[in-house]
Design a binder for this molecule. Structure first.
Ligand SMILES: NC(=O)c1ccc[n+]([C@@H]2O[C@H](COP(=O)([O-])OP(=O)(O)OC[C@H]3O[C@@H](n4cnc5c(N)ncnc54)[C@H](OP(=O)(O)O)[C@@H]3O)[C@@H](O)[C@H]2O)c1
Length: 330
């Protein structure tokens, strides 16, 4: 039976999630990759324990994480049962529904039917009575937003989730959802959005500032652009990387353009001057202005977590550094 490090809370920063009472660690662990039925159970445990021992209390799932769909939740359920259940009250576990999950008209989108049925199945796979945060995974233009938001409200009131969130909602969609959820008095606390040095859409769209101004938490996913911002692709595509393993349909050699690599190379120089690895600088940069609650990192091995959390040693950027970084990213 795993026993957590008793000093695990000492080196992590915990940020209040929007105006809620819930604090999230500056780094949370995403279970999109590395936790499916195709992955090794011992490695999964080592990643999870490394994260928890580093003070990362938040673990992010979705109904369809795997592959195969559902298997990341099943594996989390197994590890909770064998090792982590004594720590359940110290963990924030989230899941989502919104993308395709099962065949037929009720396994995708934003209907009340899909969201409620999906969460019931997620809870069974996880072996839990409730999740801490339940998200609608993406906006669905075919379902009235009022229906989706009312389903989130029902879920919280039924005790199956403590808080709700949305994901991949832009400024306009976030504002609309927020107004409905406020009227319903639903404990809506967070929007999960993609954000990295190579993907700054939340800045230009205005959703980042909107969330900050309204007191909505912001959790940033794919902060390392799926690994590109570690510099690991500068000398070609390693066979054991996400792009090289052939296991991920979401990152291909073609996504790693020469233009991106030139930026990565230039950014690496600044990281060196700061005494950080590029991965550490890229993660710290997301936290630089205090507007992001948590950075949602993925890992294929525990050593990556160990390296990445050290980013918290320096999350301050001088104006000159910010200007140089902006110039490279332009
Ligand atoms: N809401 C949504 O629609 C949505 C979408 C995508 C993701 N997410 C969430 O965000 C989480 C994180 O996404 P992500 O996995 O794309 O994040 P990421 O942090 O950008 O990429 C993580 C990957 O980069 C590589 N890596 C990480 N640290 C490294 C290091 N120090 N040195 C070398 N390589 C390193 C590893 O891949 P390899 O070692 O295999 O190369 C790792 O799996 C997901 O797990 C999920 O929870 C949500």
């Amino acid at each position: 039976m795993y026993k957590a490090d008793e000093y695990r809370y000492e080196n992590m920063i915990y940020n209040r999630c929007g105006r809620s009472g819930l604090k999230l660690p500056a780094f949370s662990l995403g279970m999109w990759h590395s936790f499916g039925s195709v992955n090794d159970m011992e490695n999964m445990k080592r990643i999870l324990f490394e994260a928890f021992d580093s003070g990362m209390t938040h673990f992010d799932l979705a109904n369809n994480y795997g592959p195969v769909y559902g298997s990341a939740e099943e594996n989390m359920g197994r590890i909770l049962k064998s090792d982590l259940m004594p720590y359940r009250k110290e963990m924030v576990i989230s899941t989502k529904a919104g993308y395709d999950m099962w065949k037929g008209p009720y396994g995708d989108g934003g209907s009340r039917k899909y969201l409620i049925a999906s969460l019931d199945e997620s809870l069974k796979r996880l072996g839990l009575d409730y999740v801490d945060i339940f998200y609608h995974h993406r906006p669905d233009p075919d379902t009235p937003m009022e229906e989706t938001m009312a389903a989130l409200d029902t879920i919280v009131r039924s005790g199956k989730a403590l808080y709700v969130g949305i994901s991949n909602y832009n400024r306009e969609q976030t504002e609309k959802a927020y107004r409905i959820l406020q009227e319903q008095k639903t404990p809506f606390i967070i929007n999960q959005v993609s954000y990295s040095m190579l993907n700054r859409w939340i800045e230009t769209d205005g959703v980042k500032d909107f969330m900050y101004d309204q007191g909505i938490g912001c959790i940033a996913f794919s902060p390392l652009a799926q690994g590109i911002l570690t510099g690991k692709y500068l000398q070609g595509i390693p066979a054991d990387s996400r792009a090289g393993s052939g296991k991920s349909p979401y990152l291909h050699g073609g996504d790693i353009s020469r233009e991106k690599l030139e930026k990565v190379r230039a950014l690496q120089e600044i990281a060196k001057e700061r005494g950080q690895s590029l991965a550490q600088m890229a993660l710290a940069w997301i936290l630089r202005d205090g507007k992001v609650t948590s950075v949602l990192i993925g890992a294929s091995r525990p050593e990556q977590i160990r390296e990445n959390v050290k980013a918290l040693g320096n999350i301050r950027f001088s104006q000159e550094e910010c200007d140089r970084i902006d110039e490279i990213l332009r």
